[in-house]
Design a protein around this ligand. Structure first.
Ligand SMILES: [Zn+2]
Length: 999
């Protein structure tokens, strides 16, 4: 006999790695344990019979060893001894170990990152939970026989096909657990349980609930019967004689051979019966009958998730949604830094490993099922269970079972999905519809963005008559695919049932809490100067969860672009600058997830809640609501949980819906005005240079005014800082020339003034207030070029505090426009989008401010069509601010659903054009210079030259380019004017000249 004693530190695994198998050569371990609960003490004796022939290692780590004898002879060990190894011997050896363990600390659960997993033991007067490291164990499988002496009133549970109980002389209870199968390790649970038992097809079902929960037993037994029956039929017989549901004082969700251990909080949740219980029962087959050989990865969680959690949803017709949730979780938590191949999964450590080992694994099995078909799939699972019961099995055994049943080589499949990280990232391009005779052909290109995977791609073409489905085998980077159908195609839907493990497209990926939690770059933003009581606790907590901290004023465009944010206070300036003012709520805690308008991968959470310790509690609870987009709580209870709508599958419209309008009664403009007259705001959309549109605006104003309505006119063409010039002009205090100068009309707006003149003359005649709706051009231009966050604090004062950037359809329309027109002022779409929204918000705010001061007015707003179409620009924003009803009249607009209330199609009218000099002018100090001449223009023909300084026209003194424009406003084509210029001459100095120009 050779014995090696080692002082190694041996890490404890919940499931010990298994190294050998074979009943005949199996060590037998008989353990007897007694307890002193007040001292958290276990005293035990383990008698291990090692079979002849094999080497063996007895693990003593964590135990206080009192004595060790080998075949009756004492073996000297010290407190540092953790492993005793035995060389091969010719006869069986008996090792007896007396030992103690003391468990003083209640193990802590990490309920946030890894709910249900508690590693550690408990010995307390309230109960005993021993899950590992509490007895000397032989590495590998052993056959166990456990005797536990428990205090009076205690019930004991361990892996057992048979339990015998007797009362000891000192009135304690002795439980003997017999379990005839070899197993990697055993557990022991004790407590003052109420036990209920029932027989189900020869299996004893028992519940061990704490007295206060005993009422739950009936339902648990009923559901257990259902699950045992279901899995008996689906994957083969339940091979144990007993099954128990045991309530745990620790918050666990575990399954061991013959029983499941569910936390106290868990068993009380009503949905556990429909979800986790089935999962844990299925683990009786996967993990507890067929053991997991951890070499090459833990397959049991994925297989259990797939045939329990996923299957329960599948039976309800919601399997697609469950699988989509798997992809959302994976997309939220797994990134390049924490991804690993499936074969490296052993147990969950956090949400990312869970998304891989449970979620991705379930998808890999689902794809295997679609690959081999239902019949083969379940035949193979049954064969796998049958062949591998009571022994450790690996992915290799699963592969073998599937290859035997299908007769196919599946090496490529298992290699790809076990050894590669991630999954396919696919993009659908160039979807198109064509016809071959009467057959419609929908074609598209599928491109793999990352690594090339081989997979099946289910595609559906929706038609007016129904749908046509086809599955394609994809292998290459780019594949051109087509589907023929006899129907009339409307939409292409790729993987609408989530049969493929893949990256989700943006439209399928709603803003949910898990995306915030899973973003490695997440920032929480405290409001400047608003540091309430619990703020340090909140800060500490969020930092421990991986958030970086910023104060509101420190948040930059780059932060927004690169991160996900958690913003405290829907009334914080930052939140209001993104999503406008939120509504009031009467909840204690509200969290709303939004898309981050600057970062398609990121999200933004806006949180309202108590600024105290309570906030930490709510934030902790947020972790359990990862799949939701909005949650709220009141008085500690959840009052709302909701997921934002997202696309089902990757979809493409193939034949745009042909828009049609039912012309109930073609009405003329007076008819439209009649209908719009009752609304508080009437928006009229124009193309700025289309005079017919301005005529329509004028008519709307005139007709409403003639009805006796008290009206005001809101105009995009003037900017708020110039309101006084408008007021003075309307009141008659200044004339038109002065008005145009003071309002900087030509610099700020610039379109020929005659286009708008009629409207302003009418307003002046009847003293109709005109509201300057716009923001200074300089600010918008800066935003176009440098973005909103480049504005100085001074400039920021001129822009609205609350802006809503969340209208994604508007954003998409602007994006389309931007792609066509980019390069003009801005090359950054974010800045372009900000500038557009800034425009819209400014006009909406200025309009609302006027209406707040003067609530009696009906306002006619004249603005560019882009600011009005679909209500996205000004109307919905003004409505958000003041709730006033409105109607939208567009001129020559497209006929599209919801684009406007009325569409007018006025005949083109030639505008009363202001004559042009044909020069480009440049303002210099108190003078205006000719910077360039239009070739063949009237100025060039008359002899004006580049560099000439214009001093006067006829007898009007000219100081600025505005003066020239205003002067010309009162001239007609064909008029002759005298232009007085100063011309620089080489060597001779300046000379003044008078030149006659015929316009
Ligand atoms: Zn599980």
């Amino acid at each position: 006999m050779r014995v090696f004693i080692m002082g190694l530190f041996v890490t404890f695994f919940l499931f010990l790695p298994v190294v050998s198998y074979g009943m005949e050569s199996m060590p037998a371990n008989s353990i007897t344990v007694r307890f002193d609960l007040d001292r958290h003490l276990l005293r035990g004796v383990s008698k291990i019979v090692l079979p002849a022939g094999d080497e063996a290692a007895v693990d003593l780590s964590g135990l206080r060893v009192l004595t060790v004898t080998v075949d009756g002879a004492a073996l000297k060990t010290g407190p540092e001894t953790s492993v005793v190894t035995f060389g091969p011997s010719r006869s069986a050896e008996t090792v007896v170990i007396e030992y103690e363990i003391e468990v003083a600390k209640v193990p802590a659960a990490d309920m946030e990152k890894n709910p249900g997993v508690v590693q550690g033991n408990l010995i307390e007067p309230s109960g005993i939970v021993l899950m590992g490291g509490w007895y000397p164990s032989v590495r590998g499988l052993s056959v166990y026989n456990l005797t536990a002496v428990l205090p009076p009133g205690f019930e004991g549970i361990s892996e057992a096909d048979q339990v015998t109980v007797r009362e000891t002389a000192d009135r304690k209870k002795e439980f003997v657990f017999s379990f005839p199968h070899p197993v990697g390790g055993i557990t022991l649970v004790g407590g003052s349980y109420k036990v209920q038992r029932e027989d189900f097809r020869g299996t004893e079902i028992a519940t061990y609930f704490l007295p206060e929960d005993a009422g739950l037993a009936k339902k648990y037994i009923e559901y257990t019967k259902k699950y045992l029956g279901m899995y008996n039929d689906l994957i083969g017989p339940y091979r144990y004689k007993r099954f128990s549901i045991v309530e745990n004082v620790l918050p666990t969700g575990y399954s061991f051979p013959t029983y499941t251990l569910l936390g106290r909080e868990v068993v009380r949740l009503p949905f556990i019966l429909e979800t986790s219980l089935g999962h844990e029962i299925l683990h009786q087959w996967f993990g507890n009958m067929v053991y997991v050989d951890y070499k090459g990865g833990n397959w049991s969680e994925g297989l259990t998730t797939y045939l329990a959690d996923q299957r329960f949803e599948e039976i309800k017709g919601e399997g697609w949604d469950y699988r989509k949730q798997i992809l959302i979780s994976f997309g939220s938590y797994v990134n390049a830094d924490n991804d690993f191949p499936l074969k490296a999964f052993t147990s969950r450590m956090d949400y990312a490993s869970r998304a891989i080992g449970y979620g991705k694994c379930a998808m890999v099995l689902h794809m295997l099922r679609t690959l081999v078909g239902d019949q083969n799939f379940f035949d193979a699972v049954r064969a796998f269970v049958e062949k591998n019961s009571f022994r450790p099995a690996s992915w290799t055994d699963i592969k073998a079972a599937f290859e035997t049943v299908t007769g196919k080589d599946l090496s490529w499949y298992f290699k790809q999905w076990l050894e590669e990280k991630g999954g396919p990232q696919v993009e659908v391009k160039n979807a198109a519809l064509s016809y071959r005779g009467s057959t419609a052909v929908v074609s598209f290109e599928l491109e793999q963005k990352g690594k090339d995977f081989k997979f099946l791609l289910p595609v559906a073409v929706k038609t007016k008559e129904g749908e046509t489905r086809k599955t394609f085998e994809i292998e290459k980077k780019k594949t051109r695919l087509e589907i023929e159908t006899k129907g009339s195609p409307t939409e292409l839907v790729i993987d609408g049932n989530y049969d493929l493990f893949r990256g989700l497209s943006a439209k399928e990926f709603p803003p949910v809490i898990s995306r915030l939690l899973g973003d490695p770059k997440k920032i929480f933003v405290m409001q400047d100067g608003k540091k309430g009581d619990g703020s340090s606790a909140v800060t500490e907590y969020l930092k421990s969860e991986g958030f970086a901290q910023k104060e509101e004023r420190e948040v930059s465009y780059d932060d927004l672009k690169a991160s996900s944010l958690l913003i405290f206070g829907s009334d914080s300036p930052l939140a209001e600058s993104l999503y406008a003012k939120g509504g009031k709520n009467d909840q204690d805690f509200v969290l709303v997830m939004r898309e981050n308008p600057y970062n398609p991968k990121g999200v933004i959470a806006v949180v309202d809640g108590p600024a105290s310790e309570d906030m930490v509690g709510y934030l902790q609870r947020m972790m359990h609501y990862g799949k939701y987009s909005r949650i709220s709580f009141r008085g500690g209870r959840n009052t709302l949980k909701d997921i934002d709508a997202s696309a089902r599958g990757m979809t493409r419209k193939v034949a745009g819906e042909v828009p049609g309008v039912e012309i109930a009664r073609l009405i003329d403009m007076p008819g439209v005005i009649d209908k719009a007259a009752g609304k508080k705001i009437v928006y009229v959309g124009e193309q700025h240079d289309n005079f017919a549109h301005h005529r329509v605006e004028y008519e709307v104003i005139r007709k409403l005014h003639e009805r006796g309505n008290k009206i005001a006119i809101g105009m995009e063409m003037f900017q708020k800082p110039f309101q006084k010039a408008l007021d003075d002009y309307i009141s008659g205090a200044i004339d038109e020339r002065e008005f145009l100068k003071k309002s900087e009309y030509f610099k700020q707006w610039g379109f020929d003034y005659t286009l708008y003149r009629e409207i302003l003359l009418y307003a002046r005649q009847f003293k109709i207030p005109v509201i300057a709706l716009n923001i200074r051009k300089e600010i918008v231009s800066k935003v176009f070029k440098e973005g909103l966050y480049a504005l100085t604090p001074e400039e920021r004062k001129e822009i609205p505090q609350d802006m809503d950037l969340s209208d994604l359809q508007y954003k998409a329309r602007l994006k389309q426009f931007f792609e066509v027109h980019k390069g003009a002022e801005s090359s950054n779409f974010d800045f372009f989008y900000q500038a557009q929204v800034l425009w819209d918000e400014s006009m909406a705010h200025n309009l609302a401010a006027f209406m707040k001061n003067d609530p009696d007015y009906q306002v006619v707003v004249v603005a560019g069509m882009g600011h009005l179409a679909f209500g996205s620009g000004i109307p919905k924003r003004a409505y958000r601010l003041n709730g006033q009803d409105y109607s939208i009249i567009l001129n020559d607009g497209d006929i599209e659903k919801n684009i406007s209330d009325f569409a007018l199609f006025p005949s083109p009218i030639k505008p009363p054009e202001t004559p042009k000099l044909g020069v480009i002018l440049k303002d210099e100090k108190d003078m205006v210079a000719i910077e360039a001449l239009a070739p063949g223009g009237v100025a060039e023909q008359a002899g004006l030259r580049k560099g000439d300084l214009i001093l006067a026209m006829d007898n009007t003194k000219i100081d600025s380019a505005d003066d020239v424009r205003i002067f010309l406003l009162y001239k007609k084509t064909g008029d002759t004017v005298t232009v007085r210029v100063r011309r620089q001459r080489f060597l001779f100095g300046p000379v003044e000249k008078e030149i006659r120009v015929t316009l």
